[in-house]
Write a protein that binds this ligand. Structure first.
Ligand code: MSP
Length: 656
């Protein structure tokens, strides 16, 4: 059994969790789940970074003590993760006693080895960065480029870690291990950092006269530890260094996951610290880019901070997780927008995956009473090309996912999902049914159901709730311990004939694109209020007159409105605006309805949708194609919306 351990950065508690934190943690969760699915023994760590000036300043601003403050914000992070489906094994806080003990033990070890020394230091200190800066680091105005303030001139004795001593070793290690830092652009960035000149030794202390909120140096009680030297050590604290079982089992299988902002501490400080302390280094440093909002950084002052829970509540957790992994090319920056999220949700999730599911379930109910049909010999899919495509899709997905190429991995799975939808159209189960070709029909539907079962397994790391719901709808229970991913990628026939399926499925209802709220206009509002005040009091409204256009209840009852699922839609051979649609209304054969929807929909947008049909409309020939009913829709500016039920209902359910 292989082992895999993954960490996120431990997040500063000077701000609430936002999209950036959620992204890293959801990626880590998807990786942890992926490795569990592959049968690997897995350990997944996240936590909070709670010492340093920044935290003290934030606590002061909030009017609380540092301890009260860090307790409150750390709890927000800890509680957020389960709400985003994150399954971390531990949550570490740097203010915990277990961490203090390990930091002090490592400091002592490095000090005893002679790699920490005291030096009087005069330098330019940026309180925002909590770092000394050199002249080279400053911008043209002599300010810190990140905080836009001039650094303070400080002269003090401090302890330094002999980082420069390990520069040569680090470079060799990176050269000898090509994927130690990945993707390659960040590896190159670190190599050029190391080639630029001699590394400075790292100042690792802060005098208590300036800062007390930190871990005391074990060899000098007048100092606390610099926050980065403290924070990085969390990764081994949580594994119980020096003699914890987790440390022995997982440390050398550890992948760190960070964004590009904290490349240097992880790629340079941390490995050299480990080397000096006599510890082996981690296995990979995985570095991703930044989520931007309309090409700018997220920031409180710009008011563009995206809250993960708001996204979950608006679009569903799995759609949010899917979007994050599908949209960002790992290592590059990406743009976040709700429009793009809705686009993915409607196209990939509602249209491709959701439709496939609802169509195939509906047909299995209709033709086989909701039970998995028996295809006879079950060793191969009914269509050899589809089988080949599926094997490739699963193999590519697995390879790409392990390489952190999540977007491409999902794309390769979706190639299969789209091919399955096409297979429904080309195999036309409704035609096989009409022609009484039951064996072929059983083989086609079995193939589809079996492929859907596999898709659910593979998609679990990214969309666990959806995967579990899909599995349940296919009459099974998601059981991680029994999954053999390698066998699933190759084999066929795991789904037992006769298994009872759930009644219906509407995994991803389509979502309307977000509308930009018009900005409030106080001036206009005030004007309106003033006008209202000036108005004389309203007179009582006259009693309503009976409307001559009303109908009696008995008239309404004459209408037979039914909900059905669109199984197929084909362009009318002789009319540009019409589709010839096959709708499953729970009858022996699909209902043919000719509908004027072609201006507004693609055929694939319709397939799988629940629609409301006027089922007792007298049949009517429209340019040679008979329509047995009417699909109800609503016109809106430049488009059209279909009437539907807000949740999944059985085919043919009556509207009343
Ligand atoms: N406390 C340090 C890390 C110490 S690890 C030993 C820290 N904390 S942080 O709260 O600032 O978190 C930085 C991390 O949050 C980034 O590396 C990244 O994982 C995540 N993100 C914050 N903003 C982000 C984006 N806009 N986009 C993507 N991820 C970003 O640094």
């Amino acid at each position: 059994m292989s082992r895999f351990s993954i960490t996120t950065p431990i997040y500063y508690v000077n701000a609430k969790p936002h999209l950036g934190h959620a992204y890293t943690t959801i990626v880590a969760d998807s990786l942890a789940r992926f490795h569990r699915l592959c049968g690997d023994e897995t350990f997944f760590l996240t936590g909070t970074d709670e010492h340093g000036d920044k935290i003290v300043q934030a606590a002061e601003k909030a009017g609380s003590t540092p301890q009260q403050y860090v307790d409150a914000v750390s709890a927000q992070f800890r509680d957020l993760w389960p709400a985003l489906g994150v399954t971390n094994d531990d949550f570490i806080r740097t203010t915990e006693p277990r961490h203090k003990a390990v930091v002090q033990a490592i400091l002592q070890k490095v000090y005893d080895a002679g790699d920490i020394y005291l030096k009087n230091y005069e330098g330019l200190y940026c309180y925002g960065c909590e770092q000394f800066l050199t002249e080279k680091d400053l911008d043209a105005q002599g300010c810190c480029p990140d905080h836009k303030v001039p650094p303070a001139k400080i002269s003090e004795a401090n302890y330094f870690f002999r980082m420069s001593k390990y520069q040569g070793w680090l470079k060799e290690h990176i050269l000898a291990n090509p994927d130690f830092i990945r993707p390659e652009r960040y590896r190159n960035e670190v190599l050029s950092m190391l080639d630029m000149g001699v590394l400075d030794d790292l100042c690792i202390s802060r005098p208590k006269t300036r800062l007390t909120w930190g871990i005391e140096l074990p060899f000098d009680p007048d100092y606390v530890t610099y926050v980065w030297f403290d924070a990085l050590i969390n990764y081994v604290t949580a594994m119980g260094w020096p003699d914890g079982a987790l440390f022995a089992r997982f440390w050398e299988h550890t992948d760190h996951l960070v964004a590009k902002d904290i490349l240097k501490p992880h790629a340079v400080f941390w490995p050299t610290m480990l080397k000096a302390a006599g510890l082996p280094v981690y296995r990979h440093l995985n570095v991703h880019g930044y989520w931007l909002i309309k090409d700018t950084k997220m920031s409180k002052s710009l008011g563009n901070v995206v809250e993960p829970l708001a996204m979950r509540d608006r679009y569903g957790l799995d759609a949010f997780r899917y979007f994050l992994l599908r949209e960002m090319r790992f290592g590059r920056d990406a743009s976040f927008s709700e429009e793009a999220l809705v686009g993915r949700l409607n196209a990939d999730l509602a249209n491709d995956l959701g439709n496939l599911f609802s169509r195939v379930l509906a047909m299995t109910h209709k033709y086989f009473g909701g039970q998995v049909p028996d295809p006879g010999a079950r060793t191969a899919p009914a269509d050899a090309d589809l089988g080949e495509l599926a094997r490739n899709a699963f193999a590519n997905y697995t390879t790409l996912f392990a390489r952190l190429e999540f977007g491409q991995a999902l794309e390769s799975l979706w190639e299969l999902v789209r091919a399955l939808n096409k297979y429904v159209d080309s195999a036309a189960p409704w035609a096989l049914f009409k022609q009484g070709r039951t064996d072929e029909l059983a083989a086609v539907l079995y193939t589809l159901l079996e492929m859907m079962r596999k898709v659910a397994l593979f998609v679990w790391p990214v969309m666990p709730g959806t995967a579990e719901a899909m599995t349940a709808q296919l009459g099974g229970a998601f059981d991680l311990a029994r999954v053999d991913l390698g066998a699933e990628a190759q084999g066929f026939g795991g789904l037992a004939p006769g298994t009872a399926l759930a009644a219906g499925s509407n995994l991803f209802p389509r979502v309307d694109p977000p509308r930009e709220e018009p900005a409030p206009q106080p001036a206009a509002e005030e004007k309106a209020k003033a006008k209202d005040k000036a108005k004389p009091e309203k007179k009582a409204a006259p009693a309503p007159q009976p409307d001559p256009g009303v109908i009696e209840f008995a008239d309404f009852q004459k209408l037979d409105l039914r909900v059905g699922t669109v199984l197929a839609a084909a362009p009318h051979p002789d009319a540009d605006r019409l589709f010839v649609v096959q709708v499953d209304l729970g009858e022996a054969a699909p209902r043919q309805v000719v509908a004027g929807l072609r201006e507004f929909f693609q055929a694939e947008d319709l397939v799988g949708r629940q629609v409301v049909v006027v089922a007792n409309l007298a049949p009517r020939a429209l340019r040679g194609q008979t329509s047995h009913g009417m699909i109800l829709a609503v016109r809106r500016d430049g488009g059209m919306e279909l009437l539907t039920a807000s949740g999944a209902v059985a085919a043919g359910a009556k509207v009343s």
